[in-house]
Design a protein around this ligand. Structure first.
Ligand code: DAH
Length: 438
């Protein structure tokens, strides 16, 4: 998703790393590297299978498998409200819950992180992994102090069911609600949704894990530290341990960052396979969030990380779309609890490139184009890339040319099928995006 006015990677973010597995940050100037996921055998959209928002459970057990999933119909998610920007492609991802599948790479990473917290802090962290992804806009933004004019609130970046309801764009959306329930240490895993570009590391649905731990005066008084300092030291110690648990003995460094919900804020980077790689974002929770939702006199740390990003790096998974495949040549390579798998590509089928050029209008955005392409081509769209950007010196009109790479990860595509997709993209772009084809 394009995130901020400065929606590009800061100077400390190596281009090579970004290329490999990066995720654009929601937060000004920083570059989150969390994202990432790809196309499942789409469940039957018409059948509807989404869990509606419901009470948060507070069990310390990872899953509430016993809870019968309620059904949320397509009509609950895709409405004709002018603000609604959810497509069928997105609707079909809701309720798939890759993070709840123990043998799926996303579930394996979640399990490894749970193992770490369970072994270092037995029974301390309450785990949530079935909170519905449809949340109030206030929870997604206001309650975690995202400024009113922040770009992440734009419908160009976030999926809106209605002006006051969104598909969460981060698991931080649950912080305040869970604190209000009195939880003092918790991990929340879930699918998050962002309108974004199309390439090997960006996908409009991916999975995050959020962690929060609250401390009271009895925790820091004995240490001789102030509360905020204690929380920061505790945070860094905990997350360095986590990185080591996942990556082994690696060099690490802390980078100052900005997030609306923490102060100070940091990113943890590790030196892995010859590159500095961002692992997570974190910080000392903004006092206001804690005071308002839990009560005064406490301190807390919080972190957020992207499971696809970690899985891609740890398992050598080259394309984020693979997470959604039902192909056993992919899924069969992974096993619950096994963190040492290195993915072996099965044959790579040839890509087919098609260009589309048009005069843009002021309202044109690349995210809107990508949304059109995804809705037509699904996971056959591997990349959408701007290859020419030209402004006519006399008329002042701007023309863009995008190259779309079509490629299936499962089979060879025929010319006819790609041509049909491209034709549909062209005509939809012309009618829906208010651009003039060239
Ligand atoms: N919500 C952030 C994101 O999506 C990740 C994050 C960063 C979560 C820092 C946190 C945190 O809780 O403290 O990019």
């Amino acid at each position: 998703m394009s995130l901020t006015a400065l929606s590009h990677c800061g100077p400390r973010c190596s281009l090579a790393v970004r290329h490999l597995v990066q995720q654009r940050s929601l937060w000004a100037g920083t570059f989150r590297s969390a994202q990432l996921t790809a196309l499942p055998k789409a469940p039957d959209a018409a059948a509807g299978f989404v869990r509606p928002p419901r009470q948060l459970s507070s069990s310390t057990v990872a899953q509430s498998a016993a809870a019968a999933p309620s059904v949320l119909s397509r009509a609950d998610v895709i409405t004709d409200h002018p603000f609604n920007n959810i497509t069928d492609t997105i609707f079909q991802k809701i309720g798939v819950n890759l993070h709840q599948q123990p043998g799926h790479p996303i579930g394996i990473i979640k399990g490894a992180i749970h193992d770490y917290f369970d072994s270092h802090h037995p029974t301390t962290f309450t785990k949530f992994d079935d909170l519905a992804p449809i949340v109030a806009a206030t929870a997604n933004f206001d309650e975690v102090l995202v400024p009113a004019d922040h770009v992440s609130r734009s419908p160009n970046d976030t999926y809106y069911v209605a002006p006051e309801t969104v598909l969460r764009c981060h698991t931080s959306a649950h912080q305040a609600e869970i604190l209000r329930q009195g939880e003092r240490a918790f991990l929340v895993t879930g699918d998050v949704y962002r309108r974004d570009s199309i390439d090997a590391t960006h996908y409009p649905v991916f999975h995050q894990m959020e962690g929060v731990r609250v401390f009271g005066p009895q925790d820091w008084q004995a240490s001789g530290m102030e509360g905020a300092q204690y929380a920061e030291v505790e945070l860094k110690r905990t997350l360095e341990g986590l990185a080591q648990h996942l990556f082994g003995e690696v060099e690490m460094r802390w980078i100052d960052a900005y997030f609306p919900f923490t102060e100070p804020s940091f990113e943890l980077e590790i030196f892995f396979k010859g590159q500095w790689l961002e692992v997570l974002g974190c910080g000392v929770m903004q006092q206001q969030i804690l005071d308002k939702n839990l009560g005064p006199g406490q301190k807390a740390w919080a972190f957020g990380l992207g499971l696809e990003r970690l899985a891609m790096v740890l398992f050598d998974i080259p394309d984020i779309r693979l997470f959604w495949t039902s192909d056993q040549r992919f899924l069969g390579q992974f096993k619950a609890g096994n963190m040492t798998t290195k993915f072996k590509s099965y044959s790579k089928y040839p890509p087919c490139y098609k260009d589309v050029a048009f005069w843009i209008s002021d309202a044109f955005t690349e995210n809107n184009l990508c949304e059109v392409v995804r809705d037509i081509a699904g996971d056959l769209a591997e990349e959408v890339k701007l290859i020419d950007d030209f402004t006519h010196p006399k008329t002042g009109r701007t023309s863009h040319c995008y190259r779309i790479a079509y490629r299936s990860m499962e089979r060879s595509l025929t010319d006819d099928e790609v041509n049909a997709l491209q034709e549909e993209v062209r005509s939809t772009v012309a009618t829906k995006l208010n651009v003039e084809l060239r």
